[in-house]
Write a protein that binds this ligand. Structure first.
Ligand SMILES: C[S@@+](CC[C@H](N)C(=O)[O-])C[C@H]1O[C@@H](n2cnc3c(N)ncnc32)[C@H](O)[C@@H]1O
Length: 251
């Protein structure tokens, strides 16, 4: 815990990244990944293998929600693209160093991918900052890995008790829809996302029933929190169903 607080203080990040709780979550993910290294191995390998089978060669790829790059092989992207832009609300120090050492091939973009962190209420419009909108228009490949189900979480926490559940759910769905539209409007969009969750041997609960997906290209389970992982108390282990999709817009 002390290490996490220290990292929170030392990681360069905007006020929004800090107050939304996203920086704290990003740091917590790194520590969980270390604790659950062997349980996560299959998921991380499956993600990288999907990308190596489906990523085209191109000019410019943006990785949405790049975080610690656990599930993306940065060297592989550097080989296949002239330019790689990592997009996240904050970038960990080790990722900053890798970008600095990339000979200008890897750029970092810090900003809100949900277009919603500024919202005062669930009816507010989704607005992407202009530099982000510009970046999204300039890439030929977009890659979104394990961020889709995270996008609405800061608002769910902030608005709990202030608005009705249906109002919040509708807004969360708009945020997810706009992320999918982003991927669909790029010449090539690759999406890896958790689509269902279960605790112990309970039935799978869908996480994205509001969205229309094409047929998944691949799917696997992710032991996101094995038994004894803290935070689960008496719920046993937690698994996610992960699915991977490819979107190609018509020329
Ligand atoms: C579950 S993590 C996955 C990260 C990455 N794929 C990895 O392997 O470390 C989700 C990432 O999305 C980022 N993220 C979540 N919501 C965001 C938002 N609204 N804007 C920008 N980044 C966001 C988080 O900071 C985090 O790094």
């Amino acid at each position: 815990m002390i290490l996490e607080i220290l990292e929170w203080c030392l990681t360069p990040a905007s006020l929004r990244a800090r107050t939304s709780g996203l920086l704290g979550e990003q740091i917590a993910i790194r520590h969980r990944a270390l604790r659950c290294r062997s349980a996560w191995e299959g998921h991380l390998q499956a993600s990288k293998a999907f990308l190596s089978r489906n990523l085209p060669q191109g000019r410019h790829v943006a990785v949405l929600g790049s975080g610690h790059l656990h599930d993306v092989d940065l060297e592989y992207l550097i080989e296949r693209f002239q330019r790689v832009t990592l997009v996240d609300i904050a970038h960990p120090v080790d990722v900053r160093i890798r970008a600095l050492c990339s000979g200008n091939k890897v750029k970092l973009f810090s900003g809100d991918l949900s277009g919603a962190l500024h919202m005062e209420n669930p009816d507010s419009p989704i607005v992407f900052e202009r530099p982000l909108a510009h970046l999204l228009r300039s890439v030929d490949t977009l890659l979104s890995s394990c961020v889709l189900t995270q996008l609405a979480l800061p608002l769910l926490k902030r608005w709990d008790g202030h608005f009705t559940d249906p109002e919040i759910a509708l807004c969360a769905s708009r945020i997810r829809q706009s992320h999918l539209s982003m991927l669909r409007s790029c010449p090539c969009g690759l999406l890896i996302t958790d689509t269902a969750r279960r605790y112990g041997q309970e039935a799978w609960a869908p996480l994205l029933a509001d969205l229309d997906f094409p047929m998944a290209v691949e799917g696997w389970t992710w032991d996101i929190a094995p038994r004894n992982e803290h935070g689960l108390r008496d719920r046993g282990s937690e698994q996610r169903l992960v699915e991977a999709f490819v979107f190609r817009s018509q020329p």
